[in-house]
Write a protein that binds this ligand. Structure first.
Ligand SMILES: Cc1cc2nc3c(=O)[nH]c(=O)nc-3n(C[C@H](O)[C@H](O)[C@H](O)COP(=O)(O)OP(=O)(O)OC[C@H]3O[C@@H](n4cnc5c(N)ncnc54)[C@H](O)[C@@H]3O)c2cc1C
Length: 397
C-alpha cells in the first residue's frame, strides 16, 4: 500500500474518525491538535443520520448512549416570560427517526478519540507552521515538534482551518456567513434551568437556549442576527462577550442573568454561523474533511454527521485505491460533494425560517410550534435533523 504515513490536523469530530478508519485499514495516521488536551465545555448537538451510521460501524453507539443527554421537553417562552409552547421531544423526534441522540460535542469528540485506544500518535498543544509538497511527500514544520515528513496531510481543523489557509489561501472566498453569530457556554451553577428540559426564548433575530444537564451544570446557546458580520479575532473572549452583550442589551426573560453567567464562564465558544464552500476538497497531497472543507452550519444540525461521513469515505477511498491519493481524493469528493452542497443550499434557504428576523416570521414559528403535536407536522419539521439520508458505501477491510 502507498502513502501510509498520514498527518491529520485537528482532533475534533472528523479528525479522530478519520484516524480510526485509516488505522483500521493499515495506514499510520498521526494527529496534531492545537489544544493542549481534548476540549471540554462547548455545546450540545443533535447527532443522527450518517454520523449515527458511522458510529454504529465503529461499535460506538453503546458508549455514545452513555453520554447522551435526555431531552424530554422543549419549552418555548413567550415575551411575557411564561411558557407558551411545550413540545414533547420524544414524540416529536420519534415521528422522524429513532436513530438520534443529543450529546455534548466534547463528549462526542472524546468517545471518538478514545476509540483510537492509544494506537495513534497524537501531538497535543502543537500546530502546523508550514508545509511543502513535493512529488513523493509533504514536509511539515510544526511549532513544537520540529520538521517531519508525511505522505499525505488531511485538514480536519474546523471552520477556520489553518491547513486550508496554507494550501488554498485566505478563508474569505470559502466562508459564507448566514447572517448570524453564535455564542455557547456551560456554567457550573445556574439556578433557573431544569434537567432534561430545553428552554427557548425566541425573539425576532435572537434566540436564547438553556438546558439543565444531569450533573447540575447548564448549557446555553445564543444565536443572533449580525449582518454585516462583525469583525473579531478568534480567542479574544472579552470582545466576544461584548458583542453578545450589545446584541442582547434590551432582551427580556432571564437574559440579563444569563449574560452575567456568561461573564463567569471559562469556555466561551463564539463564531459566525457560516458554511464552508470549496470548489475542490483537495490539492496535491493535501485534502480537507469536516467543517474545514464543507461546513453546513449549525442550522443544519448535521455538521458532525457530515464530518464523520467525510472521514469514513475518505479513509475508505484511500483504502480502496491502495493509498493512491490521486484516485482516492477525487473519488471521495465525487461521492459526497453533490449531496452536501444540496444540503447546504437547503440550509441557506431555510435559515430565515429557523431563526426568523421579523415579528411575522416569529409568529409563523409559534403557529408551527402549536401544530407539532400532529405527527405529520412533527415529521416535516424535525426531518431537517433526524432524517437526512446519506447512504454510505461499504469498504471491505
Ligand atoms: C453552537 C453549535 C451547535 C451545533 N449543533 C450541531 C448539531 O446539533 N448537530 C451537528 O451535527 N452539528 C452541530 N454543530 C456543528 C458541529 O459541531 C461541527 O460541524 C463539527 O464539530 C465539525 O467537526 P470537525 O471535526 O470538522 O471540526 P471541529 O469539531 O471544529 O474540530 C476541529 C479541531 O481542530 C482543532 N484545530 C483548529 N485549528 C487547529 C490548528 N491550526 N492546528 C491543530 N488543530 C487545530 C480544534 O482545536 C478542534 O479540536 C454545531 C456547531 C455549533 C457551533
Amino acid at each position: 500500500m502507498n502513502n501510509r504515513d498520514i498527518l491529520i490536523c485537528g482532533a475534533g469530530v472528523a479528525g479522530p474518525t478519520l484516524a480510526y478508519w485509516l488505522a483500521a485499514y493499515g495506514f499510520r495516521p498521526t494527529l496534531v491538535e492545537r489544544a493542549p488536551a481534548l476540549r471540554t465545555g462547548g455545546y450540545l448537538l443533535d447527532f443522527s443520520g450518517a454520523g449515527y451510521d458511522v458510529a454504529q460501524r465503529m461499535d460506538l453507539l453503546p458508549e455514545l448512549s452513555r453520554h447522551a443527554v435526555r431531552v424530554d421537553e422543549t419549552q418555548l417562552i413567550g415575551q411575557d416570560g411564561r411558557v407558551k409552547h411545550c413540545i414533547d421531544m420524544r414524540r416529536t423526534l420519534g415521528a422522524s427517526s429513532d436513530r438520534y441522540m443529543t450529546i455534548a460535542r466534547s463528549d462526542l469528540a472524546k468517545v471518538l478519540y478514545e476509540a483510537l485506544d492509544d494506537r495513534v500518535e497524537t501531538l497535543f498543544g502543537d500546530r502546523i507552521l508550514g508545509l511543502r509538497q513535493d512529488h513523493d511527500g509533504v514536509e511539515v514544520d510544526f511549532a513544537r515538534s520540529g520538521s517531519r515528513r508525511f505522505d499525505l496531510v488531511i485538514g480536519c481543523d474546523g471552520l477556520h482551518s489553518h491547513t486550508r489557509r496554507l494550501v488554498f489561501g485566505e478563508e474569505q472566498p470559502f466562508i459564507r456567513s448566514l447572517g448570524y453569530c453564535v455564542a455557547a457556554f456551560i456554567v457550573p451553577d445556574y439556578p433557573d434551568s431544569s434537567k432534561g428540559v430545553y428552554l427557548g426564548y425566541l425573539e425576532p433575530g435572537r434566540q436564547t437556549w438553556c438546558y439543565g444537564l444531569d450533573d447540575g451544570r447548564t448549557a446555553f446557546s445564543m444565536i443572533f442576527a449580525a449582518s454585516p458580520a462583525p469583525r473579531f479575532q478568534p480567542g479574544d473572549t472579552a470582545h466576544h462577550r461584548d458583542l453578545v452583550r450589545a446584541a442582547y442589551a434590551d432582551s427580556g426573560w432571564q437574559v440579563p442573568k444569563i449574560l452575567d453567567a456568561m461573564s463567569d464562564s471559562e469556555d466561551l465558544y463564539f463564531d459566525l454561523v457560516a458554511q464552508t464552500r470549496m470548489p475542490a476538497w483537495h490539492q496535491g497531497r493535501v485534502a480537507l474533511a469536516g467543517d474545514a472543507g464543507a461546513c453546513p452550519s449549525l442550522v443544519s444540525g448535521q455538521g458532525s454527521a457530515f464530518g464523520m461521513a467525510a472521514a469514513y469515505v475518505l479513509a475508505g477511498e484511500l483504502h480502496a485505491a491502495g493509498g493512491d491519493h490521486s484516485r482516492a481524493f477525487p473519488a471521495y469528493q465525487a461521492r459526497l460533494q453533490p449531496f452536501i452542497t444540496a444540503q447546504q443550499d437547503k440550509v441557506r434557504r431555510s435559515t430565515r425560517w429557523v431563526i426568523p428576523k421579523t415579528s411575522i416570521g416569529r409568529h409563523l414559528q409559534d403557529t408551527l410550534a402549536s401544530l407539532l403535536s400532529l405527527p405529520l407536522v412533527a415529521k416535516r419539521a424535525t426531518g431537517r435533523i433526524a432524517d437526512v439520508r446519506l447512504p454510505l458505501p461499504h469498504y471491505p477491510r
